[in-house]
Design a protein around this ligand. Structure first.
Ligand SMILES: Nc1nc2c(c(=O)[nH]1)N[C@H]1C(S)=C(S)[C@@H](COP(=O)(O)O)O[C@H]1N2
Ligand SMILES: [Mo]
Length: 201
């Protein structure tokens, strides 16, 4: 007897243990950007690793795509309450970036910086050990511009505002410094499973 999905609701046929509290599933891929969408050509793109104010290493696009490329399929959860299962990404893990720069665990926190002036803070523990990457491809294609192309941070286990689009650098910091949305009322960490949406959640 078939009992799953008989209402025709998309969420009715999905494993609910993959949908955090307060979230619903979408099939499309909504675009959420605070300001205008920047146009960054790969030839003009670079990525800088800093420890505090000190630049450690800078990669051009051609240098960056020569780093080991890793595939990751993950569920993503936006604080505006949509979740999307099994999104497929390809890019360079933060572990491989740190290894290429010859640094190991520079400090407990980091800020991602972006071409549009956006920033967001993520602890090192949530970036390392294969948990996050700088994604260059989505579903096998170059990352679309409105989703952060040519490159975005992907931290799939935290709310999606942590996945900074048009990323151009990672800065390691001693203290957990709030980024763009964290300064504007969003949670400093943003765990969807604990519903850490706003500052005091
Ligand atoms: N540079 C930059 N990154 C950003 C944003 C932004 O405005 N600028 N918006 C964030 C927010 S609030 C969300 S929910 C996700 C949305 O990503 P998407 O447009 O690919 O769905 O990107 C995040 N990364
Ligand atoms: Mo968002």
């Amino acid at each position: 007897m078939v009992t799953r999905g008989f209402t025709g609701r998309r969420s009715g046929s999905e494993p609910t243990d993959r949908i955090p509290p307060g979230q619903h599933l979408v099939d499309n891929f909504p675009v959420l950007t605070a300001g205008p969408t920047p146009r960054i050509e790969p030839a003009d793109w670079s990525f800088t690793l800093k420890v505090g104010p000190r630049p450690i290493k800078k990669w051009s696009w051609s240098e960056f795509i020569a780093l080991p490329q890793t595939r990751m399929t993950r569920d993503i959860h936006c604080v505006t309450a949509w979740s999307k299962l099994n999104t497929a990404w390809e890019g360079v893990t933060i572990d491989d970036i740190l290894a290429d720069a010859g640094v190991e665990a520079p400090s407990p926190f980091a800020l991602a910086h972006c071409y549009d002036g956006y920033s967001t803070n993520v602890p090192l523990a949530d970036l390392a050990s294969g948990k996050a990457m700088i994604a260059l491809k989505f579903e096998g294609q170059p990352l679309p511009r409105d989703h952060g192309g040519p490159a975005r941070l992907l931290v799939p286990h935290l709310y999606f505002w942590k996945s900074a689009k048009w990323v151009n650098g990672l800065q390691f910091t001693e203290r957990d410094e709030a980024g763009f949305w964290e300064l504007r009322g969003y949670h400093i960490y943003g765990d969807p499973w604990r519903e850490q949406r706003y500052t005091n959640d």
